[in-house]
Design a protein around this ligand. Structure first.
Ligand SMILES: NC(=O)C1=CN([C@@H]2O[C@H](COP(=O)(O)OP(=O)(O)OC[C@H]3O[C@@H](n4cnc5c(N)ncnc54)[C@H](OP(=O)(O)O)[C@@H]3O)[C@@H](O)[C@H]2O)C=CC1
Ligand SMILES: O=C(CO)COP(=O)(O)O
Length: 341
């Protein structure tokens, strides 16, 4: 069955490619913007993306193009699947073609360095439309490409955006849950990448199931402490975009952030790891940005501080893990029993 709603996906990396395949498979006309003309030609000719998810056969109606203006102008609903470092620049390039009627949804899980902004804030500042949303949740692109049963979250204050995203994405293997807390959903997606690096490191060091559980639960405590200090609703962290995404990214080597941690735990340098990954691991830059923000606001984030030492100050994961255990004893759920400063 073919539908009328015209959709664009901006960014043909792993996630943009997976999303495009879902939307086209659901019968919606979809255009995919990529910046490399050779890649666009290969996708149109072979109906696969040879660089990202090369095993996935894309429906024939997927059209790839490097013409951002054309892709954006011809769509009503636009997903932006660009890593945080390039997000604002691409949005700026798209801006002349955007109208107040466009629905704009970010899938990006990271922060814009300038002003420590989330992508929804970048869109609110630079896009001429109020129809803004974010898509986040436990959504490993490679599992979506295999049609593994999955759930995701569309967060938006705008009911039209929520409904349209549910319409174009949902099918027999993907459920799309709605939320209005765009800020909390987006924060969950961006922050969990940090702790996936820690979990990968713990796995490489041979740590046990107790350790993994401690790590994830204390990560949740730290994430929600940070989010509450920034004015977010901690309850959103109990949902798919909070604890859900934390679990998947901290458990699976399919996560690039987890793999960065694993490689660090095996003794590789960050430079080697980033060079060989060939894809984005947002957590690396997020650790730097969140540490600076936590320092500025005086927010207690021992896991972030420890990871910063390993990634950017040459400390060994083993010595940092030991010092974490030697810290002052603390409280479990600080919304129940407040932590003593
Ligand atoms: N992969 C996943 O499982 C999921 C990823 N996400 C999030 O989606 C976002 C995108 O990730 P993902 O698709 O996986 O990343 P990938 O590393 O797989 O691909 C990145 C894509 O963005 C393009 N790109 C990179 N930098 C720029 C730039 N400066 N300007 C324009 N295009 C650029 C790349 O183009 P080129 O190939 O030409 O370099 C490529 O198409 C991230 O924030 C990620 O956290 C969210 C959910 C799941
Ligand atoms: O966000 C993701 C899964 O929900 C993907 O995680 P990585 O970016 O670590 O691969």
């Amino acid at each position: 069955m073919t539908h009328n709603l015209r959709v664009a996906v901006v960014g043909g990396g792993s996630f943009g490619t997976a999303l495009t395949s879902i939307i086209a498979g659901n019968g919606y006309p979809v255009q995919l913007w990529v910046r490399d003309p050779e890649l666009a030609s290969a996708i149109n000719r072979d109906h696969t993306n040879p660089r990202y998810l090369p095993q996935l056969t894309l429906p024939e109606q997927v059209q790839a193009s490097t013409d951002l203006g054309r892709v954006v102008s011809s769509a009503e609903l636009i997903f932006l699947a660009i890593p945080s470092k390039g997000f604002a620049t691409v949005l700026e390039q798209a801006q002349p073609y955007l109208t107040p009627d466009h629905r704009l949804v970010s899938t990006t899980k990271g922060f814009e360095e300038q002003g420590f902004q989330l992508m929804s804030q970048v869109m609110q500042a630079h896009a001429p439309t109020q129809h803004i949303g974010v898509l986040s949740g436990p959504n490993l692109a490679s599992e979506l490409a295999q049609q593994q049963l999955t759930a995701t979250v569309i967060a938006s204050a705008d009911p039209v955006t929520r409904r349209q995203v549910q319409e174009v994405l949902s099918n027999h293997y993907l459920r799309v849950y709605a939320n209005t807390d765009m800020y909390g959903v987006e924060l969950g997606g961006a922050l969990k990448n940090i702790y996936a690096i820690a979990a990968g490191m713990a796995a490489a060091m041979g740590m046990g199931e107790n350790t993994k559980s401690m790590l994830m639960t204390r990560a949740l405590a730290e994430m929600s402490r940070f989010a509450v200090s920034l004015g977010a609703n901690p309850l959103t962290f109990l949902g798919l975009a909070g604890v859900g995404d934390l679990i998947v990214t901290c458990s699976s080597p399919l996560s690039r952030n987890f793999r960065v941690g694993q490689a660090l735990g095996q003794g590789q340098t960050l430079e080697q790891i980033v060079a060989s990954l060939g894809q984005v691991a947002e957590g690396v830059n997020t650790i730097k940005l969140v540490k600076a923000k936590a320092d500025e606001m005086g927010i207690y984030m021992p896991l972030v501080q420890a990871l910063y030492l390993v990634l950017f100050a040459g400390y060994k994961p083993t010595e940092v893990a030991k010092s974490m255990m030697d810290r002052e004893q603390s409280t479990d759920v600080e919304f129940v029993l407040p932590r003593c400063e």
